[in-house]
Design a binder for this molecule. Structure first.
Ligand SMILES: [Zn+2]
Length: 567
């Protein structure tokens, strides 16, 4: 016995003398590294082999992983964090936004014309150029000629003679077309308002003093032209997806929770995966609008990807509308519309039925709920379904947005184990006017209750809801820790007691976002055995002054040990 013990000791000592490890493929060092690993919150270096982390710790210990073929990344003082996970957004929407001209920040009519000219030079003959977001009140230089306050199409038609152009106004209630587009639509000097049986009632073709159409179409009249814009095709879908993936990578997003995906787009994602083009890791929620799709998947069961590229195990339900349009379903009437409390957009029976089936078949349910009534009704249905299926211990059902929650319901998230997937950036954008809808008391007691939910034990999944907001996580991180608008207002932030700490904000974008997709064992922190997904920022988000956070940029994105974006 003693002899064997001595022998074992000798073996151990031998092993320690030869602690030189198999060389890693990649060694990252030279910056600040936040790991989200509670036991070792920071590291000096990280070693990667294949697509996984093999070491995180001191630079000295990391040296053991350096071999002749080990690639070394020197962070040059930048900050590396676990790969950022977008917890709720719409990938194809981002893509189509990229595909179309973004005219939101155009400062003059000339600038808009320049953008179209550039797009026309790249477009195939006859290809439509579609844009959105222009607003004449934002233009510091006004066009030479205006009719009824709007520009006329002459210059637009000059820069794009062969490509039809259609540019949606920011309001969505008007649009601007060039001559080619009007020719295709059959709109001319002699056209009467009613063309080819199409009713333009409730709309207007704006005309100059000679009766010529100026290119401006209002309300219903827009459809005269827009109906000729080709629907999304397989090609444009693929183009949009490609652009969306690129947008994610340059914004440091390594994983993406897609909040409601159609059958066609699931096919496209599979195709991209098979072709090795799905370079951001996808976690897909099936769109609840397509009941056939849901039942089909319930029958066949979830698709959990062992390569962690495309996982489908979740169902998205849309249970109310938005606060801006007073579509959010409230317990009490809107402060600025007495007698009206919004409404459900889906029967609560469907929520209950879907929840039951999902629990039985291994799916997660993610229900969109903005208003306090919607949140309560969904928690009720979830609770019933959980009670009926006690064998399912780890359901991780979510409520998407969870924006306004009655104080009575706030603790229920933690108690029931329901995950609030909240987009901090929405507070920045909406809080200034949300108070008109909800009034002082409801805002204070129930709106954007991040710290209350965290303290109660809930885990928050963060995100941007892109393309509603840009997919860039930095403004969202800023909103989470400051509760200010992106202009830095108000001083001290709205309801400052509900701010997240920087550690909590980082967690909501990494480890807890991974938890929201059952992936915390493989993602969300920098620990040996986990996927080598990292986001590198130009500045240290954890220590820099609050006022400088918005100036931070993504310096590098690494997925599965491969640099997929570098500034
Ligand atoms: Zn959404």
């Amino acid at each position: 016995m003693r002899k064997y013990a001595t022998f074992a000791l000798v073996l151990m000592l031998l092993a320690q003398c030869t602690t030189r490890q198999t060389p890693a493929d990649l060694l990252i060092k030279g910056g600040t590294i936040y790991t989200m690993d509670a036991a070792h919150p920071q590291a000096e270096a990280v070693a990667v082999t294949g697509d996984k982390i093999v070491f995180a710790g001191s630079a000295q210990d990391a040296a053991r992983y350096a071999g002749a073929d080990t690639k070394v990344i020197d962070l040059q003082g930048k900050t590396m964090m676990p790969g950022f996970i977008e917890g709720h957004a719409h990938l194809m929407g981002i893509g189509y936004n990229e595909l179309n001209l973004d005219l939101m920040n155009i400062k003059s009519f000339e600038e808009m014309i320049e953008k179209v000219k550039e797009a026309a030079s790249k477009a195939k003959p006859g290809q439509w150029i579609v844009g959105r977001g222009w607003h004449q009140d934002k233009w510091t230089v006004k066009p030479d000629k205006v009719v009824k306050g709007f520009p006329v199409h002459t210059k637009l038609s000059e820069v794009s003679p062969n490509n039809p152009v259609f540019l949606w106004h920011a309001s969505g209630h008007a649009a601007f077309a060039n001559a080619k587009a009007m020719e295709i639509a059959g709109v001319s000097l002699v056209t009467k308002e009613n063309i080819q049986g199409k009713n333009t009632e409730g709309g207007e073709i704006i005309r100059d003093e000679m009766g010529n159409p100026t290119g401006l179409f209002n309300e219903q009249a827009m459809t005269l032209v827009s109906s000729h814009i080709p629907q999304a095709t397989v090609e444009t879908d693929a183009q949009a997806l490609d652009l969306a993936i690129k947008a994610c990578l340059r914004n440091g997003i390594t994983s993406f929770h897609d909040a409601g995906v159609s059958r066609e787009n699931i096919d496209l994602y599979h195709q991209f995966k098979n072709e090795g083009k799905l370079s951001v890791r996808m976690y897909v929620m099936l769109t609840g609008w397509d009941r056939d799709l849901i039942y089909e998947w319930l029958r066949k069961g979830p698709e959990i990807d062992s390569a962690h590229i495309l996982t489908i195990r979740s169902i998205k339900l849309n249970c109310d509308g938005a606060l801006g349009s007073r579509g959010a379903w409230l317990l009490e009437p809107y402060t600025d519309r007495p007698g009206f409390s919004g409404m459900a957009t889906l029967s609560m029976d469907t929520v209950l039925k879907t929840s039951r089936e999902a629990l039985k078949h291994g799916f997660q349910v993610c229900s969109h709920a903005i208003g306090d009534r919607a949140n309560r009704e969904i928690l009720d249905r979830y609770e019933t379904a959980f009670r009926e299926n006690p064998s399912v211990k780890d359901h991780r059902f979510r409520i998407e947005h969870a924006q306004h929650i009655d104080p009575k319901d706030q603790p229920r998230f933690a108690t029931l184990g329901v995950i609030p997937a909240m987009q901090a950036i929405h507070m920045s954008s909406d809080r200034p006017w949300a108070i008109e809808r909800l009034g002082e008391k409801r805002i204070r007691e129930g709106a954007y209750k991040w710290q209350t939910l965290l303290k109660s034990g809930a885990r928050i999944v963060n995100g941007t809801d892109a393309p509603v907001e840009p997919v860039n996580p930095i403004p969202c991180f800023y909103a989470a820790v400051t509760r200010k608008t992106l202009k830095g207002e108000p001083e001290g932030g709205y309801e400052p007691e509900e701010k997240m700490t920087r550690e909590q904000a980082l967690r909501s974008y990494t480890l807890d976002a991974a938890y929201g997709a059952f992936e915390e064992n493989i993602k969300g922190s920098i620990e040996p055995g986990k996927l080598a997904d990292f986001t590198v920022f130009t500045q240290d988000l954890m220590t820099m002054p609050e006022s400088a956070i918005l100036k931070t940029e993504v310096a590098m994105t690494i997925i599965g040990g491969k640099v997929v974006f570098s500034r």
